[in-house]
Each structure stands twice: as C-alpha cells, then as structure tokens.
Ligand binder design. Structure first.
Ligand code: ZN
Length: 745
C-alpha cells in the first residue's frame, strides 16, 4: 500500500496541536463565571463585589496599617451580615524563621456543624505586602471565603464545624497562621485545612499541596472537583522550592488538606499592579469552585476515612477528570513495563547489533543537542534585548521557537544518524531508554513518574501486537505529558533558562525520533527540515522583537530613599533584576552601579544618586539596663519608630558578636552567625518594643536600627515616580523611605 509522503509529518503536527489545545486550561482557568444572582453555588461576580468593597481604594494594607484596620472592619461587618459572630485574635507573634515579629490580628468565625468533633478549616490571608493592594494575593482568597461563608450560612449545617480563618501577617513570615496554630484553642479541633493563595493574577486554581499521606484526599479531590487542575509533579517541584504559604505552618504540625493557588501573570505577584483591574475573574471562579467543592466534600466525610499512609500519583486530563493511583505502584509498574518493552524489542523488532549501536548514537545526539539548542535560543528569547525573569507578556513566540527547535533537533538526528540505523532499531532503543528513565524517576521522584509512565504504558500494551502503531499512539500521549510539563514550567523558569525549559521536551523528542526516521525513509524530511528551520528563525525573531515588559506585565522597580544619620541621603533603584537602560535613562540614574549596604549591613549593587533630605527621623533606641553574666553581655533596650513605618528593623553587621535576640521575651535569633543578620518587626506602628541582645562580652557591639515607610509623593520623589516608564512598577515593599541609624552599644 502506498502511503502519502506527508501523512506522518501531518499526523505529528496534528497531535502536537491537539495536545496544546487540550492544555489551554493551563493558561486560563477552564470555568464559566457564575452570575451574582445565582445563589445555588459560588459566584465570582459576587466575590468580586466583596473584593471591591474591601480594597476599592486600591491601597496597600500591610499589618498594622490604617488600611488594614479598615479592611478588618469590613470583613467583620460582612461576616456579621451573614449571621456569624466573628472574633479577632490579636497579638505579637515572633519566630526565628525569617527572624522577626509581626503584630497580627486574625479574624475567626465558625459555622457550626451537626456533630461536634473535628473541624475543617478554610483560610486565606488578608494582609498585603507593603507595596501592593493585593487583589489576587490574597484578596481573591478572602473574597472567595466571604462568598462561601455566606453560602454555608444559608444552607443546612454540614456534619463537621467549618472554621473560617482570615489570617494576618502571612507576607512577613506566615505569622498569623503561626499565631493561630500555636495559641488558638480552636486549632486543636482542626482536622483538615483548605488554604487559598495566589502567585499571580490569572490561570487555573491548581491544587499543589496536600501534606503527607494523601491517597484518600486525592480520591476525594478527584470525586468532588468539577474541573481539577492538579498533578503530583507540581507538588514535587513546590516541595523543592523555598516558597511557603500559610499551609506550611499547618503541614509542619502534621495537618493535611488542600492548598490552592493560581500562578499565571506571575510578574504581577506582589506588584503594585496586583489590583482589581488585573485579577482574572475566571481564576477567582475556579478558586471558589474548588474551595467549596472540597469543603462540602470533606465536611460531610468521616474524618478517619481521609487519613492514609500512602501517597497518590495523579494528573488531571485536560481538567476534565483526575487520573490517580497509589504512588507505590509507580516503581513496580515501571519495572513490568520495562520488561514488556524488552520483549517487544527482542521478539517483534529483531534488531542487529550494528543498527542498534547507530540508534543509540542518534539518541545520544538528541539528548545532548536539545539543551544546547535551548541554551542558544535563550539569548534571543531571554537575554536580548531585555532580560525577563518569568512570565513573558508574549510567551507564544518563545514557546513555539523552543518546540520547533526540539523537532528540528530530532529531525536532524534522524537524518544524519537515525537513517542508517533504521526505524526498528531507533524505535527499540528509544523506548528502552524511556523505560529506563521511567524506572529511575519512579524510584527517585515518584510524583513525576506519570509524565513518562503513561506514554510507556501505551507503548508496551499496544506494542506487543503492533509496535509501529504503538509508536504513534505513545507519541501522542508523550506529546501531551511533555507539553503539560513544558507549559507548567513557565511558572518557575523564564526564557533565560531555555536550556532547562528544553528538558521536559525530551519526553516528546525521544518518542518522536523513530517517527522522524520513518519520515526520512519516505523522503519527506528535506522540506520539513527547511520548514522547521524557518519556524525556529521566525519565532526567535518574533520573541526577540516583542517587548519583555509591558504595562500589564511590568518589571519591578522600586524607588528607595535612604537617609542614614550623619551621612548624605541617597536615591537608589531596587528590584529582582537590573532596572534596565530605559528605566535608568528615564529616571536619570547613572548607568554604572555601586555597592551599598542594604539595611546598613547587606552589600548590594545598586544604581544610586544624591537625594534631598526628607523629614524621616530614624527609630528611637533607649537602653533600659545591661549586665554581664558568664562572659555574655546582655543589653535590654526599647525600640520605637518615630513615623508611620510598616517595618522596624534591627540589623547586625557581618561578624557581630550577638548570639541571641529576644523581642518582648520571644526568641528571634538563637545563635551566632558569621554573615549580616536582620530582624524585621512588622505592624507595630508607633508602639515601643522591648528587645534583649545577648553578645559575647569584651567585643565592640554595633547595631543598626532602621525603619521603612511608604515614600511620600511630593517634590523630587513625585517627579521621579512620574518619570518611571509605564512598563515598570513598584513591587514588594514598594517605593520606600528608609531612615537608619548606627548605634554603638
Ligand atoms: Zn499570599
């Protein structure tokens, strides 16, 4: 039978396009927005109304700020309207983790269940970073909770109590959650935690954390959630990252539950443009749908049934359903599939030694060339003309360039090495390698195994009978799982690291190699090769040409005024990355950077210039008493900000003899350390705070006290803010004034 020359390349392109279509739920939450008038379920429209009521002024509301107290009153008012009797749990919570303290005010309400006993807790944090109105992080979570609270109040009681915790102080070190977990009597009854978060402003609400032993929880999740976005690889990645949410506090206490977040638009995370205008209502709807579903599901379930010792492996199928199985099956399944693959290769493919050797050579070339191609493309896509760390405003040219480059690498290896090996040899060798990789990953990172296990399963089962058809079918599954991980990786990898972005494409490239050899054998590879080359070139050019920063996906640039007692005041620019030429020129900062000590102690390269003095008195420090005991000098002092600062800091320079710091009796530093250290005190306002320093006696003791307040917009500061280009915006602490004083004790 004659086969048309272009059938195979056409099939491959169609499968890739189909996989991308199935995966569009990764960029945008796959839900329809429920109207405010529909009281049968969660409505993003209603929740957005709550959010507008809470943060309509679009101002930041860190702990202790007047804006935060206003929002607290509004949440209390809304809960009371829904029939709750909310309470405020207030106090100072300190921790050595991210050394410091936060004056927190948690809001707690309870919806009584039919039975007593364990309770389910739904929580989100209502504080913001000092430089953001935080519509998404975590206003969306708070707003979703308010609508859910109202729905629960109007329905018949559930089996278990539902605790609603609007936590404070998350951004300054998870301290609202710590305060609740350590000191609220209700915590003893909490048996399951549902946390709502955001690390961006759009995208699906993904369930990315459960706590250990999640088999039963994942089963429940798969049953009750209509559009699940979750996979066990996400959790494996998250676990290895330094990021934390309030859920970490409960997880460390042995709690389990569900942690949800949406993460697209990550450049708006903690940005001054995380505002009402940028929040995607689809994400809010998905977040609320998910939270309500797991809440209703778990609040009716017998709690004992949700406990499990085993973990599950799981992955959503185009957010239409969840595939889940015990994680312990992975290694056994991989071993069986490896044996089946061997049988297919030996019995059905019958490859000689020589072609086999050539086949392995072609595979080796794919494995080596793929990251190399990514590294080369990282220059036009990620470095020139302007580095973009994450969340490209126009990701598709870069994505297409990388995918096409992967196809090009495979085709090149098929033409130059694979052709001589022949389809059967390459087919056998690739799937043996896939089977080996699957087995290795199943043992080392079981949660990630699905990405290889599912295509291998298809190959091994179909291949026993029809090895060549199996190659095409298994490629279809591999294309889906590979592109799933590739698109998901946008959340943690920018185009600057395109060499790493290429690694998930290996899952697609290996199964593609035998198909590419078949194309070469049919003589359809030449034009394909040219075509792919043109696509890579054109997409790279487009990726190079489109701006890396826009108004809606800005570069973070803070204007900082620093005034040290006895020194000339300075302006400097601060952000995750270099501010870039356009910003420096527009704001008239020097092109060369200089070393400055951040908070008076941490050396950092910044672009700085002289500034006029501001009315910014440094914090007042008074020594209360001091003593020397057992070779240790103990100094007790009172520290107080003299202005409306959001953070008061105590900084210890490199090599400081300080071995311990206590704040109001709570330890924040418990040992000596060689590098500079900073203790952050948040939400205190003008209130004095007692600190106790313990240091080795007989050594000079210098500390730096400082505070950070929002930069007031007037005179030169107003002009500089005005000059900042629209594609840049403040983030984290925002535009700020630092008042600093060195003290020799
Ligand atoms: Zn948050």
């Amino acid at each position: 039978m004659m086969r048309p020359r272009w059938a195979l390349p056409g099939l491959v392109i169609a499968l890739l396009a189909g996989a991308l279509l199935l995966l569009r739920g990764l960029d945008r939450a796959p839900v329809r927005i429920v109207a405010a008038t529909d009281h049968s379920t969660f409505s993003a429209e209603r929740a957005f109304g709550h959010l507008r009521d809470l943060i309509g002024e679009n101002v930041a509301h860190p702990p202790g700020s007047a804006a935060q107290r206003r929002i607290e009153a509004r949440i209390l008012g809304k809960l009371a309207t829904s029939g709750y009797s909310p309470e405020v749990q207030a106090g100072l919570q300190c921790s050595p983790l991210a050394a410091g303290c936060t004056q927190v005010r948690n809001i707690v309400a309870v919806r009584k269940g039919r039975e007593g006993g364990p309770a389910v807790m739904l929580t989100a944090h209502y504080d913001s970073v000092p430089g953001s109105a935080a519509a998404a992080d975590d206003g969306a979570g708070v707003a979703a909770m308010l609508d859910i609270a109202d729905l629960l109040a109007t329905r018949a009681p559930l089996r278990h109590d539902v605790v609603l915790l609007f936590a404070d102080g998350e951004e300054s070190g998870l301290r609202g959650a710590m305060f609740f977990a350590q000191r609220h009597p209700l915590m003893r009854r909490v048996g399951l935690v549902v946390n709502l978060e955001a690390r961006g402003v759009s995208g699906p609400s993904a369930m990315f954390e459960t706590g250990a032993g999640n088999e039963a929880l994942i089963r429940l999740f798969g049953e009750v959630v209509a559009r699940p976005a979750a996979n066990s690889l996400l959790y494996e990645v998250y676990r290895r990252m330094p990021n934390d949410t309030d859920f970490s506090v409960y997880r460390r206490d042995g709690q389990r539950g569900f942690n949800f977040a949406f993460t697209r638009g990550a450049s708006l995370y903690h940005s001054s443009r995380d505002d009402l205008a940028h929040l995607d209502l689809h994400s809010l709807q998905h977040q609320g749908d998910n939270a309500l579903a797991v809440l209703l599901g778990s609040a009716e379930a017998p709690f004992a049934s949700l406990r499990a010792d085993r973990d599950a492996s799981y992955v959503d199928i185009a957010t239409r359903g969840l595939l889940a199985w015990p994680a312990t099956w992975n290694a056994a399944a991989a071993a069986i599939l490896f044996l089946l693959t061997l049988v297919i290769v030996v019995r059905r493919l019958r490859v000689g030694w020589r072609p086999a050797g050539r086949a392995w050579l072609s595979i080796l070339a794919v494995v080596l060339l793929l990251p190399l191609a990514g590294w080369l493309l990282s220059w036009p896509l990620g470095h020139w003309p302007d580095a973009n760390p994450l969340d490209h405003p126009h990701p598709w040219p870069g994505r297409i360039a990388l995918i096409a480059a992967a196809l090009l690498v495979v085709l090149a290896c098929a033409r130059w090495l694979g052709r001589e090996a022949g389809v059967a040899a390459v087919l056998g060798a690739t799937w043996i390698l896939v089977a080996i990789l699957t087995l290795a990953i199943a043992v080392v990172v079981p949660g990630a195994a699905w990405a290889l296990l599912l295509p291998l399963l298809v190959f091994a089962l179909v291949g026993l009978r029809w090895p060549r058809a199996a190659a095409a079918l298994a490629f279809a599954v591999a294309a889906w799982s590979s592109l799933y991980v590739f698109l998901l990786a946008d959340v943690v990898l920018g185009f600057k690291l395109s060499q790493l972005k290429m690694l998930p494409l290996l899952v697609l490239a290996l199964p593609l190699l035998p198909l590419a050899v078949a194309c070469v054998e049919r003589g359809s590879s030449r034009r394909l090769f040219t075509g792919l080359g043109v696509i890579v070139l054109a997409a790279s050019l487009a990726g190079w040409w489109v701006p890396a920063h826009t108004f809606d996906r800005p570069r973070g640039v803070n204007l900082v005024h620093v005034q040290e007692e006895g020194a000339a005041p300075l302006w400097y620019l601060e952000g995750y990355e270099e501010p870039g030429r356009a910003v420096l020129d527009a704001m008239q900062f020097p092109a060369t950077s200089r070393t400055l000590r951040r908070y008076g102690v941490q050396p950092r390269e910044v672009h700085a210039k002289p500034a006029p003095p501001l009315a910014a008195p440094p914090p007042a420090l008074s020594i209360d008493d001091e003593a020397v005991r057992d070779g240790r000098r103990i100094v007790r002092a009172t520290l107080r900000s003299q202005r409306d600062a959001f953070t008061l800091l105590l900084a210890l320079p490199e090599g400081s003899p300080v071995e311990g710091v206590r704040v109001e009796g709570q330890p924040v530093i418990e040992a000596a350390a060689p590098g500079p250290r900073v203790v952050g005190l948040h939400g205190l306002g003008y209130a004095p705070v007692r600190i106790e320093l313990t240091a080795r006696a007989g050594l000079p003791l210098e500390i730096v006290v400082l505070d950070i307040a929002p930069l007031v917009k007037s005179g030169e500061s107003a002009r500089l803010m005005q000059q900042r280009p629209a594609e840049a915006a403040p983030l984290q602490n925002g535009d700020q004034s630092i008042a600093l004083r060195r003290v020799r004790l």
